[in-house]
Design a protein around this ligand. Structure first.
Ligand code: SF4
Ligand code: SF4
Length: 215
């Protein structure tokens, strides 16, 4: 059964409280062999303990699959990019290096690339991904567009990302403040910020607009 067309995975970085519940839940998923396929990134360790959850974004044209010389990574018709298939993966790490979101991990003990497959065993049966079932703050949500509109009236989902000259569309949606000027997220801008004090940092302004800075 495919993942229902009307169900989407939404990430709202502003709501992440760094509790690691998603990380623990992911490692307990039947298909992950005790390894978590989600991790938390720190926004700016110097300024704040703020974290954001990182999962596979399930790109429409997945770079990881495009660079795989062994054809080990498949994108299913419902738009979910699967973890590498064991019989094919040659553990070359091309996908690890190529993914613009820094998602795939090489499990050297198994000589296998593993990554988030949006809990395909669950989502293809209409259930939520493990991480979304335990997130206490709503930073991870799996549901319909109508649901998210009702839950987050001040936010809107974005699924276009820019990495320099590369534009990527994803199945997973990132929540940004509704009134922000962003139609896409410039990830390179977010990583490096602006050296000019008067120039706004578009990604930080858009995605992390409401972050509480705790010092
Ligand atoms: S986010 Fe990375 S691992 Fe996921 S589909 Fe896109 S390129 Fe592949
Ligand atoms: S590590 Fe495996 S999945 Fe990744 S590019 Fe190499 S063969 Fe393909």
């Amino acid at each position: 059964m495919p993942v229902p067309e009307n169900k989407f995975f939404f990430i709202d970085p502003n709501r992440c409280i760094g509790c690691q519940a998603c990380v623990q839940a992911c490692s307990e998923c039947d298909t992950h062999k005790g390894h978590s396929m989600i991790h938390l990134e720190y926004v700016d360790r110097y300024e704040s303990p703020q974290t954001l959850p990182v999962v596979c974004m399930h790109c429409d044209s997945p770079t990881c699959a495009e660079v795989c010389p062994a054809d080990a990574i498949k994108r299913t018709e419902d738009g979910v990019v699967q973890s590498a298939r064991k019989p094919r993966c040659i553990a070359c790490s091309n996908c690890v290096l190529a993914c613009p979101f820094g998602v795939p991990k090489m499990e050297t003990s198994m000589e296998l690339m593993m990554k988030c497959d949006m809990c395909y065993d669950r989502t293809s049966e209409g259930k939520k991904p493990m991480c979304a079932t335990v997130c206490p703050s709503g930073a991870l949500h799996f549901g319909t567009m109508d649901e998210i509109e009702e839950l987050r009236p001040q936010s809107r989902p974005v699924n276009e990302f820019h990495f320099g000259a590369q534009t990527i569309h994803t199945k997973v949606r990132m929540m940004v403040p509704k009134n922000s000027r962003l139609t896409h997220l410039d990830v390179v801008d977010g990583m490096h910020g602006s050296d000019e004090p008067d120039e706004p940092d578009m990604m930080m302004d858009g995605v992390l607009f409401e972050l509480p800075i705790v010092s």
